[in-house]
Design a protein around this ligand. Structure first.
Ligand code: GAL
Length: 402
């Protein structure tokens, strides 16, 4: 009898362990894709999403690595008598499975949005209490990516800022378990705006987590968010990324130079690259930024190290990102409104250490140094050089092993 009880306990804990995990081999590099929110808000439809999927392929975005097409808030209108989530039939006349199949037929992946609260941030039905049913529905539709928000997570309060870390962790863990139980590998994107320090608990729960409030299409917003990323580098790695929010590149509120900076900084941070512009009508400049393969390669480097701030001189910062093959990227950032002429010692930059991990000192003579926006190599016979950086701009270099 006692032996049987023991066996039952062992079997039970084995089974519960099986469901108590996330899908581990996803998002080994930061996810890349497109999301409807930044440009379209609630104005989402089947037509829009299909056109975006078409354009992802024809514009070269897919070839540059963008993969997920994600519908954000407002696709859902209610629950039926069985608790099944109901899709807005006017906007999505053929339902989500049809859309997922279409996206998959283009070699892309399909993402969707819901919320850990009773409502989404736009007041649509949220996932709380229906997690397992919703996860099964998403799996049936062919969802590959779920962004899970944090509004109304304590019931009444839209921005549930004051709720505890435990509450957030357990809410997101429930959805993680629901996804796992549904059996379809789905990238799980935690969106509690960094309020409950998800970097401290998110690694076992999701594949990425927002670190701060929503981005706005303005230079000032960019800097506020960017500053919040300092010190978070030790929490990121393959399968678990800090998410400073989606990209605003091409949405019109910043200059092309500022968008170049935005994109470069996100790549230095190993941030998820989820574009948020209308890629059907994007300008050549926007496309050139979003498809700069040399910059994207920093983000997608398989070592998976987030960059760190090596020097903070106020208006001028130096960021370093370790790459595979003992290579390294350096980003010089001019935050000011004036052009800066800075002295750079390329040998010294190859020998610096981060606060969190020990780096080997490398020799400059073993490397070529490449400017990733100019797409050309520097002459580094002299290791110390003076470099101009235009206002609100960056210089990004990669040390490439000879
Ligand atoms: C916010 C979220 C945004 C967007 C919006 C939709 O909470 O941070 O990225 O998803 O909700 O209502």
């Amino acid at each position: 009898m006692i032996k049987n009880i023991f066996l039952l306990i062992v079997a039970f804990s084995y089974c519960s362990n099986l469901s108590a995990q996330k899908f581990d081999d996803l998002a080994q590099t930061p996810p890349m894709g497109w999301n409807s929110w930044n440009k379209f808000g609630c104005d989402v439809s089947e037509k829009l999403i299909m056109e975006i999927a078409d354009e992802m392929v024809s514009s070269g975005m897919k070839a540059a690595g963008y993969e997920y097409v994600v519908i954000d808030d407002c696709w859902q209108v209610g629950r039926d008598e069985n608790g099944e989530i109901m899709v807005d039939e006017e906007r999505f006349p053929n339902g989500m499975k049809y859309l997922a199949d279409y996206i998959h037929s283009k070699g892309l992946k399909f993402g969707i949005y819901s919320c850990a609260g009773i409502y989404t941030c736009q007041g649509r039905p949220g996932g709380r209490g229906n997690e397992f049913q919703d996860a099964r529905t998403y799996a049936r539709w062919g969802v590959d990516y779920l962004k899970y928000d944090w509004c109304y997570a304590t019931g009444k309060d839209i921005k549930t800022a004051g709720s505890s870390q435990e509450h957030a962790k357990s809410s997101y863990t429930t959805m993680r378990d629901a996804i796992y139980a549904a059996g379809r590998p789905i990238v799980f994107s935690i969106c509690d705006w960094g309020f409950q320090q998800p970097w401290e608990w998110g690694k076992d729960v999701g594949h990425l987590w927002r670190t701060y409030w929503d981005i706005k299409d303005r230079w000032a917003s960019l800097l506020i968010i960017f500053d919040k990323q300092k010190g978070l580098e030790k929490y990121a790695g393959p399968g678990h990324w800090n998410d400073p929010d989606m990209l605003e590149v091409g949405n019109g509120g910043m200059t092309n130079e500022e968008y170049k900076t935005h994109f470069s900084l996100w790549c230095m941070l190993a941030a998820p690259l989820i574009t948020g512009n209308d890629i059907r009508t994007m300008s050549t400049e926007t496309k050139e930024i979003l498809t700069n393969k040399e910059i994207i390669a920093l983000d997608q480097d398989t070592l998976g190290k987030q960059g760190f701030c090596y020097r903070d001189n106020g208006d001028y910062e130096i960021w370093i990102k370790e790459l595979g093959n003992n290579e390294r990227a350096v980003c010089l950032l001019n935050r000011s409104d004036e052009i800066k002429n800075v002295q750079v010692d390329f040998d010294v930059l190859l020998k610096v250490n981060s606060t969190y991990w020990k780096l080997k000192p490398y020799k400059l003579e073993d490397y070529k140094v490449r400017d990733l926006w100019e797409h050309k190599e520097l002459n580094t016979e002299k290791s110390t050089q003076y470099i101009d950086i235009t206002p609100h701009s960056v210089k990004v270099f990669r040390y490439i092993k000879k």
